[in-house]
Design a protein around this ligand. Structure first.
Ligand code: 48F
Length: 252
């Protein structure tokens, strides 16, 4: 069996550039590969849409891996068990409404389901701006995250799409950029912890916050000034599912 270094190199370059070229005109772009972004991506890709997901870190999964204070278990309430079951994640009942699952299994399963549904993943890619035309977000401005980390002066590239989903967690990075550059969006800032209220509110406020820009997960709390919930993840999963339904029904 012959193995050639040059063939390995060409295979990686060819396959990656095919993926990148197929993503430059996406139906939906998701920023952030935490629980809400992964769930949203899966359900939108299963509808047959072309979905690209940009994550600035090397790993996919966002805040799932660390569970609570690095204890890698996460809690999910009864209402969100359907999303766990749909992803094939095992869980144990802790009491009447609290269930526990393994953070590593949750992160891997959500990622696997999204990949299998057809989501195109771009890790190590930072979203540094958006394209806005006629008061509508219609694309992303991207660069390698190491470019930002090293403060290199390298111009970015652009991706177009019909809807952008900000799933960047506590930072609400995309909404913050749009707020700053348009003056039309207010970022209220996340409030202190109140798990029950936060879990309900984060799903309720999952919405389109500017034409073409939708928000899901912890970013919802940052935009709307909701309390934080800590390591209970049902709201993240349900928010991801809700934003997928919202984007599909209003944009496509
Ligand atoms: O923080 P994160 O997991 O977002 P989430 O889906 O879930 C929040 C929970 O993990 C947890 C919680 C649970 O109740 O409170 O915190 O709302 O994942 C967000 C991802 O977005 C990436 C970031 O690296 C992380 O993996 N990200 C943030 N800004 C950018 C980005 C950006 N500008 N470009 C690309 N990726």
């Amino acid at each position: 069996m012959k193995i050639e270094e040059i063939t390995i190199t060409k295979a990686i370059i060819d396959e990656f550039f095919d993926k990148l070229k197929s993503a430059v005109e996406s139906d939906v772009c998701i920023v952030g590969a935490g629980p809400s972004g992964l769930v949203a991506g899966r359900y939108l890709a299963e509808k047959g849409l072309s979905v690209s997901l940009f994550e600035r870190k090397l790993s996919i999964g966002g805040g799932i891996w660390g569970g609570g204070m690095m204890f890698n278990k996460v809690v999910v309430q009864k209402e969100a068990l359907e999303v766990l079951e749909d992803a094939g994640v095992d869980y144990r009942q802790y009491d009447e409404n609290h269930y526990v699952c393994d953070a590593v299994e949750l992160s891997s399963a959500l990622t696997y389901r999204a990949v299998k549904a057809g989501v195109k993943f771009f890790n190590l890619v930072n979203v540094e701006d958006v394209i806005i035309k006629e008061r509508k977000v219609c694309g992303l401005v991207i660069n390698w995250y190491p470019v930002e980390m090293c403060s290199l002066s390298v111009d970015p590239l652009a991706i177009t799409c019909r809807a952008v989903i900000d799933a960047t967690g506590h930072d609400a990075s995309v909404c913050t950029i749009v707020a700053k550059k348009t003056g039309k969006l207010n970022i209220a800032g996340e409030k202190s912890m109140w798990a029950e209220k936060a879990e309900e509110a984060v799903v309720k406020h999952t919405s389109e916050v500017y034409p073409g820009l939708f928000v899901t997960g912890m970013s919802v709390a940052a935009v709307y000034g909701l309390p934080r919930m800590g390591p209970i993840f049902g709201g993240m999963l349900l928010s991801g599912k809700k934003v997928a339904e919202l984007v599909y029904s209003t944009v496509f």
